[in-house]
Design a protein around this ligand. Structure first.
Ligand SMILES: Nc1nc2c(ncn2[C@@H]2O[C@H](COP(=O)(O)OP(=O)(O)OP(=O)(O)O)[C@@H](O)[C@H]2O)c(=O)[nH]1
Ligand SMILES: [Mg+2]
Length: 361
């Protein structure tokens, strides 16, 4: 072990791009539905807090009040949260950021609580969930619905990206105040210029596996594990002398033997081994890892280069006078309904106005 020196670089120059038609259409529909939306919930992947930012959303939804959710935090390195929160507080102080995991009800309650605070000026809160593919948008909607109104799945989810193909909704996730959600298809950046960035998105499941070579993805994970001296894989997959390796073929040979991935003639099935290893990584079985550099300097550099929208779009700052006509209409309708209920109901019995007037006398 002492003599093992991990690779310090991962040379990779192929850009993996994926932007099928349903994404272009999805982005258009998101833009069209925006005027009925009070808050955009942009979901990102906590394992790649920078690489899962889609600059397209800045253009399309940037000027709407927005809540940023870093989901799948159960799979990311726990140390990711603080530096990322600090960087956002410094560079985009008007945009709230939460780290969540769909399986943690307390995280889900935090989102509901935040959305409920908006119900002060607005009677019905309409939320639209957007984000890159496979970050957990639909899972989040199902979790919000389960925790908020105790109801079952409303949105289809899946381990591969591209499950939600069109804009779907609205789904009620809270009764009082009334909160509704719209699900949208994951939208990829049409062209990712940085090859490593595209590889990170693929490794975390944002790009269809057949477009990114599984063995290269495993090689990249191996490189990242070694960099962190996370060498447990060498004993789990019984590598020679339990020694770590820089060679993906050594790793995949160990994995193939361990899971019995053998094809006709006794040859090892390296693709099956790569798929298995990738799945283990994505399920968090190898540990919690963040693939983007989240040191304060790297975060500052990122914010210098990429200008994220930082307008004060917070709904909390809006007085009722600032509300849109649609919201004012909703508010007036609700007030009218409440008034009618008070007027016509008495002890659960519906009274005619004249009867009630009689009583009032
Ligand atoms: N570990 C973990 N897995 C999650 C979490 N949220 C979602 N997932 C899993 O991630 C995968 C993708 O979830 P979806 O909800 O379908 O993702 P999506 O963003 O709607 O994906 P598209 O509709 O394809 O854009 C599923 O296998 C979920 O079970 C989370 O917080 N933690
Ligand atoms: Mg979905």
């Amino acid at each position: 072990m002492q003599s093992f020196i991990p690779r310090t670089k991962f040379p990779y120059d192929r850009v993996i791009n994926w932007f099928p038609g349903h994404m272009a259409k999805g982005l258009r529909l998101i833009s069209e539905r925006l005027n009925t939306v009070d808050l955009v919930v942009e979901v990102r992947d906590a394992r790649i807090p920078l690489s899962s930012i889609n600059p397209n959303f800045e253009k399309v939804v940037g000027r709407k009040p927005r809540l940023i959710i870093y989901n799948k935090f159960d799979l990311a390195c726990p140390d990711t949260k603080q530096p990322v929160m600090n960087a956002f507080a410094k560079h985009t102080p008007h945009t709230p950021v939460l780290f969540t995991s769909c399986v943690r009800d307390s995280h889900i309650r935090d989102i509901l609580q935040y959305a409920a605070t908006l119900a002060d000026p607005i009677p019905h809160v309409n939320l639209m969930v957007v984000g890159m593919p496979n970050v957990g948008k639909s899972s989040l909607i199902n979790s919000l619905r389960r925790v908020g109104v105790g109801k079952g799945k409303a949105a289809q989810t899946g381990a591969q990206p591209g499950v939600t193909r069109t804009v779907v909704g609205t789904v009620k996730v809270l009764e009082d105040p009334a909160i509704y959600l719209i699900d949208t298809p994951g939208v990829m950046v049409p062209y990712i210029a940085d090859p490593i960035k595209s590889l990170k998105v693929a490794v975390t499941g944002g790009i269809r596996d057949h477009l990114a070579d599984e063995q290269i993805m495993v090689d990249y994970i191996l490189y990242e594990l070694n960099r962190r001296q996370a060498y447990d894989y060498s004993s789990w997959y019984r590598l020679p002398d339990n020694q770590p390796t820089n060679d993906v073929n050594d790793l995949l040979t160990g994995v193939a033997h361990r899971i019995g991935a053998v094809v006709k003639g006794g040859e090892l099935d390296m693709t099956m081994a790569a798929k298995f290893f990738l799945k283990q990584f994505r399920l968090g079985k190898l540990g919690r890892y963040t693939l983007d550099d989240v040191t304060p300097n790297a975060l500052d550099d990122f914010f210098e280069q990429v200008k994220l929208y930082n307008g004060n779009t917070s709904l909390r700052n809006k007085s009722s006078l600032d509300l849109s006509r649609r919201q004012e209409k909703k508010r007036a309708k609700l007030a009218w309904r409440k008034e009618q209920q008070k007027k016509y109901q008495h002890g659960g019995k519906r009274l005619k106005p004249s009867e009630e007037e009689e009583e009032e006398k």
